[in-house]
Design a protein. Structure first.
Length: 313
């Protein structure tokens, strides 16, 4: 404590020594009586000791208050401008820390809820596969369909975690979008055939983007176009300075369209048909934003839905 006190007031004591030396030098130069010099030094030293005692007492209390300032009774001792500025800085840092903890806690709660929801969704295809196995009714098309659902759910989960942790690895290159779309149609070909849904791809679009993440975003839109389409319906994919995916499905209620890309929002169709997780379009929007692309939805109930993806301005 004493060493800290000396460091705190070293400039004060250094100034005292300089003034005392100057005082002695003046006495010597003017050849004044040494008795006056002794009395002056003794008086100044006595005042210095008394002042030091008072300063040390306040310094000790302030140091203890700073160490335990969380106690309200200690705060009045910290009344110097420097102390107040220091306390304000600490309070600002604590407020930032509290806000960060709230964000982390909210994110952790959302993550736990999301994992629970996804695990529940993944039980459905697993149960279907288990039933097929138990009844020895393993048709290749049905098995492929359930495996595709599992693959999509797992991809959504992993990509959600990557985006949440900002650990996504975007690598931009020139991409022929038609090639990406064709690969996705091949991926979903069993569902197209099983539900007798026709698909047409028109045009092409060359874009500098990340192939993997663009494919993921398009797969979410195409998956919805299949899930909510009618048996014997159609899906049209037009490529011309953008991507327009049109289907002849159930359509979307007008009041649901503004909230389609909200996290966890399923809408009327998702709740009615129990097919939606509420994260597919949310992830699509986030990925497209990272790719500097925008998305727009136009739909009519019982007519179909048009989803347009285009370059952001």
């Amino acid at each position: 404590m004493i060493a800290k006190f000396i460091r705190e007031y070293r400039s004060f004591y250094f100034a005292y020594l300089v003034l005392s030396g100057s005082f002695i030098l003046l006495f010597l130069l003017y050849k004044l009586p040494t008795e006056f010099l002794q009395n002056a030094l003794l008086l100044s030293l006595t005042l210095l000791v008394l002042l030091t005692a008072g300063l040390f007492w306040k310094f000790r209390n302030r140091m203890r208050a700073l160490e335990d300032y969380v106690h309200e009774e200690a705060l009045p001792l910290l009344n110097k401008p420097v102390d107040l500025a220091y306390l304000n800085l600490i309070e600002a840092e604590k407020e930032v820390t509290r806000e960060q903890l709230l964000v982390y806690k909210s994110r952790e709660e959302d993550l736990q809820a999301m994992v629970k929801m996804w695990s529940h969704q993944m039980k459905v295809p697993l149960a279907a596969l288990s039933l097929m196995s138990q009844t020895d009714n393993l048709h290749q098309a049905d098995v492929d369909q359930q495996l595709l659902r599992l693959d999509n759910y797992m991809a959504n989960l992993l990509n959600y975690l990557k985006l949440s942790n900002q650990a996504s690895d975007f690598r931009f290159e020139m991409v022929q979008v038609r090639e990406v779309v064709v690969d996705l149609v091949k991926k979903y070909r069993q569902q197209f055939l099983q539900r007798e849904i026709s698909v047409a791809i028109d045009g092409d679009w060359q874009l500098k983007t990340d192939r993997k993440w663009l494919s993921f975003a398009l797969s979410q839109v195409l998956d919805n176009a299949l899930k909510y389409n009618k048996t014997g319906g159609s899906v049209t994919i037009a490529l011309d300075k953008g991507i327009t995916i049109s289907d002849t499905g159930l359509g979307i209620l007008p009041e649901d369209i503004p909230r389609l890309f909200d996290e966890g929002f399923t809408g009327y169709n998702g709740r009615e048909h129990q097919k939606a997780t509420g994260f597919g379009l949310y992830l699509t929007k986030r990925v497209l934003h990272q790719l500097e692309l925008d998305i727009d939805v136009d739909s009519q109930v019982e007519v179909g839905t048009n989803v347009r993806i285009f370059k952001s301005d």
